[in-house]
Design a protein around this ligand. Structure first.
Ligand code: FES
Length: 168
């Protein structure tokens, strides 16, 4: 999660399931070129697997008819794409200036001390994974945490603890 240049191999071939396959075919008709499908195809993969493996990159490139390097570039550039297996609940903490000044580190420290969870890792039980990310676009309500894609603003350790307690 921290090193976004390294892809992980599952050692197994990847392909879309029936539902994503149909969605790919539906979407591809809406774009002027097949290469425009790189980002949607990465989303479909993440929806299906929770993350994007080396094999998935090769599959998407093949399916679209482009170079794997182009799919790799997109997948590694955008931090919304997970390049490692995630925990059941994936936590992103913004590390950019406003969040940094307003206490994001206290939340990170809490996870390290209470859950043994550090950026780029999963808890032993696989329940949580953590990543520090760049600005999430809600700087006026920093610090901002995103859990399973949902934004939580004006966070502090107490609010964060309550939030974790709601996650099964
Ligand atoms: S700096 Fe954290 S949301 Fe912008």
């Amino acid at each position: 999660m921290s090193d976004r240049s390294q892809l992980i191999s599952t050692g197994e071939p990847f392909q879309f399931d029936k539902e994503r396959d149909a969605e790919f075919e539906r979407l591809v008709k809406r774009y002027p070129t097949r290469e425009s499908m790189i980002l949607p195809a990465l989303w479909l993969t993440q929806e299906q697997e929770g993350w994007i493996s080396q094999e998935a990159i090769a599959y998407i490139a093949d399916r679209i008819g482009t170079f794997a390097s182009k799919v790799y570039e997109a997948a590694t550039f955008y931090t919304m794409y997970n390049l490692h297996p995630m925990g059941k609940h994936h936590i992103c903490v913004c590390r950019t200036l406003s969040c940094w000044l307003r206490g994001k580190q206290e939340i990170i420290d809490y996870m390290r001390d209470e859950l043994g969870l550090t950026p780029g890792k999963k808890t032993e039980d696989g329940k949580f994974s953590l990543e520090e990310v760049e600005c999430l676009g809600h700087c006026g309500t920093a610090p901002v945490v995103q859990v399973d894609g949902e934004f939580h603003e004006n966070m502090d350790v107490e609010k964060f603890k309550s939030l974790l307690a709601t996650l099964k």
